[in-house]
Design a protein. Structure first.
Length: 256
Protein backbone atom coordinates (compact mmCIF):
# COMPACT_ATOMS: atom_id res chain seq x y z
CA UNK A 1 0.00 0.00 0.00
CA UNK A 2 1.39 3.38 -1.03
CA UNK A 3 2.32 5.64 1.87
CA UNK A 4 0.46 8.96 1.78
CA UNK A 5 2.51 12.13 2.23
CA UNK A 6 1.41 15.47 3.64
CA UNK A 7 1.55 18.32 1.15
CA UNK A 8 0.88 21.99 1.82
CA UNK A 9 -2.70 23.04 1.11
CA UNK A 10 -2.79 25.22 -2.00
CA UNK A 11 -5.77 27.10 -3.45
CA UNK A 12 -4.60 26.44 -7.01
CA UNK A 13 -3.38 22.84 -6.86
CA UNK A 14 -6.33 21.81 -4.69
CA UNK A 15 -9.04 24.13 -6.00
CA UNK A 16 -11.18 21.23 -7.22
CA UNK A 17 -10.85 19.00 -4.17
CA UNK A 18 -13.92 18.16 -2.10
CA UNK A 19 -14.36 16.22 1.13
CA UNK A 20 -16.66 13.28 0.46
CA UNK A 21 -19.98 13.49 2.26
CA UNK A 22 -19.39 10.63 4.71
CA UNK A 23 -15.60 10.91 4.86
CA UNK A 24 -15.39 12.56 8.27
CA UNK A 25 -17.73 10.18 10.09
CA UNK A 26 -16.11 7.19 8.34
CA UNK A 27 -12.75 8.41 9.67
CA UNK A 28 -14.08 8.90 13.21
CA UNK A 29 -15.73 5.46 13.17
CA UNK A 30 -12.29 3.82 12.85
CA UNK A 31 -10.62 5.72 15.69
CA UNK A 32 -9.99 3.51 18.71
CA UNK A 33 -8.03 6.35 20.36
CA UNK A 34 -8.64 10.04 19.66
CA UNK A 35 -5.79 12.47 20.31
CA UNK A 36 -6.45 15.17 22.90
CA UNK A 37 -4.66 18.36 23.90
CA UNK A 38 -4.11 19.06 27.61
CA UNK A 39 -6.64 21.90 27.38
CA UNK A 40 -9.32 19.41 26.30
CA UNK A 41 -9.02 16.89 29.11
CA UNK A 42 -11.67 18.47 31.35
CA UNK A 43 -14.37 18.46 28.67
CA UNK A 44 -13.35 15.13 27.17
CA UNK A 45 -13.62 13.45 30.57
CA UNK A 46 -17.40 13.99 30.48
CA UNK A 47 -17.61 11.52 27.57
CA UNK A 48 -14.54 9.28 27.38
CA UNK A 49 -11.99 7.44 29.49
CA UNK A 50 -8.69 9.27 29.00
CA UNK A 51 -5.25 7.67 28.98
CA UNK A 52 -1.71 8.70 28.15
CA UNK A 53 0.63 6.70 25.93
CA UNK A 54 4.33 7.16 25.36
CA UNK A 55 6.05 6.93 22.00
CA UNK A 56 8.93 4.54 22.59
CA UNK A 57 10.92 6.06 19.70
CA UNK A 58 10.94 9.74 20.69
CA UNK A 59 9.67 9.69 24.28
CA UNK A 60 6.76 12.04 23.56
CA UNK A 61 3.51 11.59 25.44
CA UNK A 62 0.08 11.59 23.84
CA UNK A 63 -3.24 11.98 25.65
CA UNK A 64 -6.12 10.08 24.09
CA UNK A 65 -9.81 9.46 24.48
CA UNK A 66 -10.51 5.72 24.31
CA UNK A 67 -13.57 4.85 22.21
CA UNK A 68 -13.45 1.03 22.19
CA UNK A 69 -11.47 -2.00 23.30
CA UNK A 70 -10.40 -2.92 19.76
CA UNK A 71 -8.47 -1.18 16.95
CA UNK A 72 -10.42 0.43 14.08
CA UNK A 73 -13.63 0.65 16.10
CA UNK A 74 -15.43 3.57 17.76
CA UNK A 75 -18.36 2.50 19.93
CA UNK A 76 -19.70 6.06 20.08
CA UNK A 77 -20.52 6.07 16.36
CA UNK A 78 -24.01 4.79 15.56
CA UNK A 79 -26.04 5.29 12.40
CA UNK A 80 -23.36 7.62 11.00
CA UNK A 81 -23.56 9.87 14.08
CA UNK A 82 -20.81 10.56 16.62
CA UNK A 83 -22.95 10.47 19.75
CA UNK A 84 -20.94 12.60 22.15
CA UNK A 85 -21.38 16.01 23.76
CA UNK A 86 -17.73 16.96 23.26
CA UNK A 87 -16.00 16.42 19.91
CA UNK A 88 -12.19 16.54 20.23
CA UNK A 89 -10.43 19.12 18.08
CA UNK A 90 -8.43 16.45 16.25
CA UNK A 91 -11.60 15.08 14.64
CA UNK A 92 -13.02 18.54 13.94
CA UNK A 93 -9.98 19.45 11.82
CA UNK A 94 -9.90 16.27 9.69
CA UNK A 95 -8.76 15.99 6.90
CA UNK A 96 -6.45 18.97 7.55
CA UNK A 97 -3.22 18.61 9.52
CA UNK A 98 -0.49 20.83 10.90
CA UNK A 99 2.83 20.35 9.13
CA UNK A 100 6.20 22.04 9.11
CA UNK A 101 6.36 24.78 6.51
CA UNK A 102 8.46 23.57 3.55
CA UNK A 103 10.31 26.89 3.20
CA UNK A 104 10.14 28.93 6.40
CA UNK A 105 12.14 27.43 9.27
CA UNK A 106 10.37 26.80 12.61
CA UNK A 107 7.02 27.65 11.05
CA UNK A 108 3.87 25.62 10.51
CA UNK A 109 1.37 25.46 7.71
CA UNK A 110 -1.73 23.45 6.79
CA UNK A 111 -1.27 20.13 5.04
CA UNK A 112 -3.47 17.45 3.52
CA UNK A 113 -2.99 13.90 2.29
CA UNK A 114 -4.13 14.75 -1.23
CA UNK A 115 -4.30 11.10 -2.33
CA UNK A 116 -6.49 10.17 0.64
CA UNK A 117 -9.71 8.43 -0.35
CA UNK A 118 -11.67 11.01 1.68
CA UNK A 119 -11.23 13.47 -1.21
CA UNK A 120 -13.19 13.69 -4.44
CA UNK A 121 -13.31 16.08 -7.38
CA UNK A 122 -16.97 15.52 -8.09
CA UNK A 123 -19.08 15.46 -4.92
CA UNK A 124 -18.81 16.65 -1.34
CA UNK A 125 -17.77 19.72 0.64
CA UNK A 126 -15.51 22.02 -1.41
CA UNK A 127 -12.23 23.26 0.03
CA UNK A 128 -12.29 26.43 -2.07
CA UNK A 129 -15.03 28.50 -3.70
CA UNK A 130 -15.24 29.66 -7.32
CA UNK A 131 -12.84 32.53 -6.51
CA UNK A 132 -10.31 30.12 -4.99
CA UNK A 133 -11.01 31.43 -1.49
CA UNK A 134 -11.32 28.94 1.39
CA UNK A 135 -14.88 27.84 2.10
CA UNK A 136 -16.35 28.32 5.58
CA UNK A 137 -15.61 24.70 6.46
CA UNK A 138 -11.99 25.04 5.37
CA UNK A 139 -11.57 28.30 7.30
CA UNK A 140 -12.99 26.74 10.46
CA UNK A 141 -10.54 23.84 10.26
CA UNK A 142 -7.60 26.17 9.62
CA UNK A 143 -8.52 28.38 12.60
CA UNK A 144 -8.67 25.36 14.90
CA UNK A 145 -5.30 24.10 13.67
CA UNK A 146 -3.67 27.51 14.06
CA UNK A 147 -4.84 27.57 17.69
CA UNK A 148 -3.45 24.06 18.07
CA UNK A 149 0.14 25.27 17.62
CA UNK A 150 0.05 26.90 21.05
CA UNK A 151 -2.04 24.09 22.55
CA UNK A 152 0.52 21.52 21.38
CA UNK A 153 3.24 23.44 23.24
CA UNK A 154 1.06 23.54 26.36
CA UNK A 155 0.46 19.79 26.09
CA UNK A 156 4.19 19.07 25.82
CA UNK A 157 4.86 21.20 28.90
CA UNK A 158 2.02 19.53 30.81
CA UNK A 159 3.28 16.01 30.03
CA UNK A 160 6.85 17.05 30.87
CA UNK A 161 5.71 18.28 34.28
CA UNK A 162 3.79 15.05 34.97
CA UNK A 163 6.83 13.01 34.02
CA UNK A 164 9.17 15.08 36.18
CA UNK A 165 6.86 14.56 39.17
CA UNK A 166 6.58 10.83 38.39
CA UNK A 167 2.80 11.10 38.08
CA UNK A 168 2.31 8.72 35.15
CA UNK A 169 1.14 5.27 36.23
CA UNK A 170 1.35 2.43 33.65
CA UNK A 171 -1.68 0.15 33.49
CA UNK A 172 -2.54 -3.27 32.16
CA UNK A 173 -6.17 -3.48 31.03
CA UNK A 174 -7.70 -6.95 31.01
CA UNK A 175 -11.00 -7.26 29.13
CA UNK A 176 -12.90 -10.36 30.24
CA UNK A 177 -15.49 -11.74 27.83
CA UNK A 178 -18.65 -13.71 28.49
CA UNK A 179 -17.39 -16.63 26.39
CA UNK A 180 -14.49 -17.13 28.79
CA UNK A 181 -11.85 -15.49 26.63
CA UNK A 182 -10.01 -12.31 27.54
CA UNK A 183 -7.73 -9.78 25.90
CA UNK A 184 -5.10 -7.47 27.27
CA UNK A 185 -4.49 -3.85 26.34
CA UNK A 186 -1.08 -2.54 27.34
CA UNK A 187 0.84 0.70 27.07
CA UNK A 188 -1.83 2.82 28.76
CA UNK A 189 -1.04 5.27 31.55
CA UNK A 190 -3.17 7.19 34.00
CA UNK A 191 -2.36 9.48 36.93
CA UNK A 192 -0.73 7.86 39.95
CA UNK A 193 -3.19 8.93 42.64
CA UNK A 194 -0.97 7.85 45.55
CA UNK A 195 1.97 9.76 44.13
CA UNK A 196 -0.27 12.81 43.66
CA UNK A 197 -1.30 12.64 47.33
CA UNK A 198 2.35 12.50 48.39
CA UNK A 199 3.36 15.73 46.62
CA UNK A 200 4.53 18.58 48.80
CA UNK A 201 2.39 21.67 49.29
CA UNK A 202 4.87 23.60 47.15
CA UNK A 203 4.56 21.10 44.29
CA UNK A 204 0.76 21.13 44.50
CA UNK A 205 0.74 24.92 44.58
CA UNK A 206 2.92 24.98 41.46
CA UNK A 207 0.52 22.60 39.67
CA UNK A 208 -2.40 24.79 40.71
CA UNK A 209 -0.76 27.99 39.46
CA UNK A 210 -0.02 26.35 36.10
CA UNK A 211 -3.64 25.23 35.77
CA UNK A 212 -2.66 21.55 35.81
CA UNK A 213 -4.73 20.24 38.73
CA UNK A 214 -7.99 20.29 36.78
CA UNK A 215 -6.75 18.15 33.83
CA UNK A 216 -4.99 15.83 36.30
CA UNK A 217 -8.20 15.21 38.23
CA UNK A 218 -10.15 14.97 34.95
CA UNK A 219 -7.94 12.06 33.87
CA UNK A 220 -8.52 10.30 37.18
CA UNK A 221 -12.30 10.79 37.10
CA UNK A 222 -12.53 9.78 33.43
CA UNK A 223 -11.63 6.18 34.28
CA UNK A 224 -15.29 5.76 35.29
CA UNK A 225 -16.17 6.11 31.60
CA UNK A 226 -14.73 2.64 30.99
CA UNK A 227 -18.08 1.40 32.33
CA UNK A 228 -19.81 3.34 29.56
CA UNK A 229 -17.61 1.65 26.97
CA UNK A 230 -18.66 -1.74 28.35
CA UNK A 231 -22.34 -0.80 28.03
CA UNK A 232 -21.85 0.50 24.49
CA UNK A 233 -19.99 -2.66 23.51
CA UNK A 234 -22.71 -4.92 24.91
CA UNK A 235 -25.56 -3.12 23.14
CA UNK A 236 -24.98 -5.32 20.08
CA UNK A 237 -25.57 -8.99 20.82
CA UNK A 238 -23.43 -10.04 17.86
CA UNK A 239 -20.39 -8.38 19.44
CA UNK A 240 -18.33 -10.36 21.98
CA UNK A 241 -19.98 -9.48 25.29
CA UNK A 242 -17.81 -8.01 28.04
CA UNK A 243 -18.45 -8.97 31.66
CA UNK A 244 -15.63 -7.02 33.30
CA UNK A 245 -12.64 -4.80 32.63
CA UNK A 246 -9.83 -4.99 35.17
CA UNK A 247 -7.11 -2.36 35.37
CA UNK A 248 -3.98 -3.18 37.34
CA UNK A 249 -0.54 -1.55 37.64
CA UNK A 250 1.64 -2.77 34.79
CA UNK A 251 4.36 -5.23 35.72
CA UNK A 252 6.61 -3.44 33.24
CA UNK A 253 6.17 -0.56 30.83
CA UNK A 254 6.53 -2.43 27.54
CA UNK A 255 3.96 -1.46 24.94
CA UNK A 256 2.14 -4.15 22.95
Amino acid sequence: MKKLTLVELNNKAHKDLKIKNNAVIDHIAKLHLITLRATELGQAATCFPIFATRNTHNGFWTFSAMTSFAPNENLYVKNDKFGVIYRPTSVQTFPFYLMKAPVEENAYTIGILEQNSCFSKTTGESLFDEKNNPTEGAKRRVQLLEADVQKDKQTVQFSKTLEELDLFKPLDMNVQLLDGNSKNIRGLHTIDEERLKSLSSQELDSLHKQGYLMPIHAMLISIIQVNKLILLNNEKVERAQIIEVKMTPAKDVAVS
